[in-house]
Design a protein around this ligand. Structure first.
Ligand SMILES: N[C@@H](CCC(=O)N[C@@H](CS)C(=O)NCC(=O)O)C(=O)O
Length: 244
């Protein structure tokens, strides 16, 4: 049986969430690099890739034996969890699953905004206006408040005393902004969230999926060049070889 293929780059937040789950569950996979947003060969907007994931985004998975492909990180996570019975990450109870799904839907226009701050730094060509960045900061502040004061007010993780798919997806977005990585957001005002971030850093696979960000380091003062970004991505990519 051939290994699952994950298309993407390790710098991508939703790719990191999927790869983290696979590492955590020791599920073998092979990453194939796909350049997000590019329409040339090997790009996420190339017709060959669009045939696998019509949305043209990374990640996408492919099961070589059946040819089955699936895009959208959260659909991939829940598919893999059901397929491999990862009931620690996605409990069997329909109500528990419903709540995790609800977070995964909430994530998109809220927690996912964290990446806009990173994109504004690394994709100068996209000209994120000051207004857009302010809007993102407001959305992030609202979402961090929800996590800190609702989800994490009375439990160690978003849903109880162990991490689920929701925690992996959330952390893949949020941790990147911390002082040890891009240093683009101050989480100190959020005590529950800060404690959760420390716990998430102990979850197996965390260090491996954050190698690209650790290599990139603090970008708050100076935006990295595309060469620096590519080199950091390659470090993360190399770290995934032989990891499963
Ligand atoms: N909703 C998608 C979003 C994926 C996404 O935004 N991926 C980015 C990279 S982090 C991408 O592929 N961008 C290229 C594009 O939109 O053309 C998911 O969760 O999988």
């Amino acid at each position: 049986m051939s290994d699952l293929v994950v298309y993407g780059v390790p710098f991508s937040q939703p790719v990191r969430a999927v790869v983290w789950a696979l590492l955590l569950k020791k599920q073998p996979f092979e990453m194939k690099l796909i350049n997000p947003g590019h329409s040339g060969m090997g790009g996420s907007r190339h017709p060959d890739y669009l045939a696998k994931n019509p949305g043209g985004t990374i990640p996408c998975i492919e099961e070589p034996d059946s040819g089955f492909t699936l895009g959208e990180a959260h659909a991939i996570l829940t598919y893999l969890a059901q397929k491999h019975a990862w009931t620690d990450l996605y409990p069997e109870s329909l109500q528990a699953r419903g709540r995790i799904d609800a977070y995964l839907h909430y994530h998109h226009r809220n927690v996912r905004e964290c990446s806009m701050l990173v994109a504004a730094k690394v994709r100068k060509d996209l000209n994120f206006s000051a207004d857009m960045q302010d809007q993102s900061r407001r959305a992030i502040a609202g979402a961090m408040n929800v996590l800190d004061q609702q989800y994490l007010a009375s439990s160690d993780y978003l849903f109880g005393d162990q991490p689920t798919l929701a925690d992996l997806a959330a952390c893949a977005e949020i941790a990147q902004l911390g002082p040890q990585y891009t240093n683009l957001y101050d989480f100190a005002p959020y005590a529950n969230l800060s404690a959760w971030l420390q716990k998430m850093a102990q979850v197996p696979g965390y260090d491996t999926v954050h190698i690209t960000l650790a290599t990139l380091g603090d970008i708050s003062e100076e935006a990295p060049s595309i060469e620096v970004l590519k080199a950091a991505n390659m470090q993360g990519f190399k770290a995934l070889q032989g990891n499963t």
